[in-house]
Design a binder for this molecule. Structure first.
Ligand code: 2RA
Length: 353
């Protein structure tokens, strides 16, 4: 029969998108079991047109599970993913708990699908949404020109911080709506928002906030280090030079990045266009004369990585500038996890003959 899938963390922002993806993608699963914290157990959620009751996470909940997708906080994954793996499930984990573990592959099917086969711990990691929002396009260009350096700035959506990020931005929008004086004196937005900052360190509405994640050494944010470390691992370029500045913007869903990419060889912009046009999972949408470039408002809810504003650097014949957008809850999280799980499901199908 078809493999049994468990969705762990079915009730969160990513879990919700996951259930809708599982309902619309080609069905490769037998039973789909929904697992969440004790608090959410008993809830009934719709997947593939049927209501399924959420069960609380326990060791027994993984009985008979072939593939388990985890979308839960790092510490919950760190505890439960090895338990699910010990019970024989292949775990596809979207937390940060295992991404840099040398015995856990970090997989983006369009870039390094074959890495998924080598999983000594029975765990495969799904990258962070910011890395994922650009890496499919960068993988395609790397293939042609050999990437040496990335300098990126991100424009990250509120939903990257989960449902509380979404709620905070909508609440803040309500507080500023209709006030045509705001945004003219220092601190006026902050005063209107009061303590409704949600998970962000400054007002997000009518603002941009140069911060995502937690503080690490020498002033870097955890998010910026993730972009560096994960890009290196996915592209198998341990010496790749990466500088990232991660910024939160008042967008509900879809991360954007401005990328300066330097290669080992001189680039040809027409050829680079062709590479991107031919790359699976990438859409080149780049005609500024007609006002055509990707924006989060147009990209949200879609699967591909959208690329626009492609230019050859004026002062470096080996570098390209580009702007990319990707839905952080789809390709940035649920979709990539589903794609990895489908790669594993194919192994089951092949083994079953
Ligand atoms: C964010 N990448 O956007 C992060 C966490 N998923 O906040």
């Amino acid at each position: 029969g078809l493999p049994t899938l468990a969705v762990v963390g079915a009730t969160g922002a990513v879990g919700t998108v996951m259930l809708s993806l599982l309902s619309t993608r080609q069905n490769v699963w037998g039973e789909i079991r929904l697992i969440a914290s004790e608090r959410s157990a008993g809830k009934r959620l719709k997947v593939r047109g049927e209501e399924v009751e959420v069960v609380a996470i326990t060791e027994q909940a993984f009985d008979g599970v072939d593939v388990a997708m985890f979308d839960v906080p790092d510490e919950v994954s760190a505890h439960w993913a090895p338990i699910a793996a010990a019970k024989g499930a292949v775990v596809v984990d979207n937390s940060g708990a295992f991404r840099m573990d040398p015995e856990v592959p970090l997989v983006v099917p369009e870039v390094n699908a074959e890495a998924a086969r080598n999983r000594p711990k029975g765990i495969i990691s799904n990258p962070n949404c910011t890395t994922l929002s650009m890496i499919v396009a960068m993988g395609a260009l790397h293939h042609r020109y050999e990437l040496e350096q990335l300098v990126v700035a991100s424009y990250q959506a509120a939903s990257g911080a989960g449902q509380e990020g979404i709620d905070a931005l909508y609440d803040q929008l309500m507080k500023v709506a209709g006030n045509r004086e705001l945004g003219t004196t220092p601190g006026d937005v902050r005063r209107v928002i009061g303590n409704a900052l949600g998970p962000f360190p400054a007002p997000l509405v009518m603002n941009v906030v140069p911060w995502a994640g937690s503080l690490k050494d020498d002033g870097w944010s955890s998010e910026e280090l993730k972009v560096r470390n994960e890009s290196r691992k996915i592209l198998n370029l341990p010496g790749l030079k990466v500088s990232a500045t991660c910024v939160r913007v008042p967008v509900i869903t879809t991360h954007s990045l401005s990328v300066h990419a330097r290669f080992a060889r001189e680039v040809d912009v027409e050829e680079a266009r062709e590479v991107l046009r031919d790359a699976p999972g990438v859409i080149l949408f780049d005609n500024p004369a007609e006002g055509e470039f990707p924006t989060p408002a147009d990209v949200v809810g879609t699967d591909p990585t959208w690329v626009g504003r492609l230019r050859k650097s004026l002062d470096d014949p080996q570098a390209l500038e580009l702007f990319v957008c990707g839905d952080n809850l789809r390709k940035g999280a649920a979709l990539n996890t589903a794609q990895i799980a489908e790669v594993v499901a194919k192994e089951f199908a092949a083994a079953a003959g």
